[in-house]
Design a protein around this ligand. Structure first.
Ligand code: GLU
Length: 284
């Protein structure tokens, strides 16, 4: 009852804001309009990033998962009914555009290039690109020491793009489709280093099978603003997600989710940048 009232209020608000109903109702895959009512929502996450988005048996764990559950609840969905969809880096924009997912929380950086295809609420976290090497490595200390090194990253990521754009001359970049495969390749010696967000790398380094064998260099060289990717033009949903993130930060759930999921890996968030202000680019 309460949820229905909210949904109606939301529609009226949208109507008032846009002065136009066309496209606001009746279209499918508009969770913002259909929230509540016991419906389910499709959320894109990573399945292989411990601490962030990980499928363990039939359960889903990680900071992205906890933020997604909180946001879904605020939008009127039952978090237990979320349909989790695996969205590797290179598939994210098309998964949103094609309606395979309603929103994506998958260590997904807000960028101008991506904003041409999708919208972002958030940010809900700011990470930094870093490097992961074998524990006995001493010559890789930052992006400037990648000359002649075999660098593994993932297709469609900002991490691969940065290496390509700024360190391409010296580094031999290989694009894999997931970071977990990159980590395997560094363990086997096929690759020298994995480059992506410090959050992701910390999660791998803390895995039982890698403990003491891998280390994060700890010299971040970018700002990765994690956004909630949604369909372009859904200003109403974007605004609601921003409000949900703000609430999550204010009531302590955000800090708890971070501690629960990345604390065990000994990961220390950059407190100069976090928690961020979820200003979003809703409608921009
Ligand atoms: N945050 C970066 C990105 O969105 C790297 C991590 C990832 O590929 O998910 O591209």
């Amino acid at each position: 009852m309460k949820i229905t009232t909210l949904a109606v209020a939301g529609s009226v608000l949208a109507l008032a804001l846009t002065g136009c109903v066309a496209g606001e109702s009746g279209t499918s895959a508009q969770p913002g309009a259909q929230g509540g009512e016991g419906g389910s929502v499709k959320v894109g996450i990573k399945f292989d990033q411990p601490g962030l988005g990980q499928k363990v048996g039939d359960t889903y764990k990680g900071f992205d998962v906890d933020v997604a559950k909180y946001v879904a609840k605020e939008l009127g969905y039952d978090p237990a009914k979320i349909q989790w969809v695996e969205t590797p880096s290179a598939t994210r924009e098309t998964a949103i555009q094609g309606g395979q997912v309603d929103m994506i929380l998958a260590t997904y950086s807000i960028t101008d290039e991506r904003k041409k295809k999708v919208d972002f609420a958030g940010p809900y976290y700011i990470a930094g690109q870093d490097l992961l090497v074998r524990a006995d490595n001493t010559d890789i200390t930052g992006p400037q020491s990648l000359n002649g090194k075999k660098v593994c990253s993932v297709a469609g990521s900002t991490s691969a793009k940065k290496i390509k754009d700024q360190y391409a001359q010296g580094a031999q970049l290989q694009d894999y489709d997931t970071y977990s495969k990159c980590v395997e390749a560094v363990m086997s010696g096929a690759m020298d280093v994995v480059s992506t967000d410090d959050t992701i790398l910390a999660g791998y380094a803390a895995q039982d099978q890698y403990k003491g064998k891998l280390k994060v260099v700890g010299n971040p060289f970018s700002e990765e603003k994690y956004g909630v990717g949604i369909k372009k033009g859904d200003t109403e949903m974007c605004t609601k997600i921003n409000a949900a993130i703000k609430k999550m930060i204010d009531d302590g759930s955000w800090q708890k989710a971070l501690d629960d999921n990345l604390g065990p890996a000994g990961f220390k968030p950059n407190t100069k940048l976090n928690p961020p202000t979820p200003a979003g680019n809703c409608g921009a």
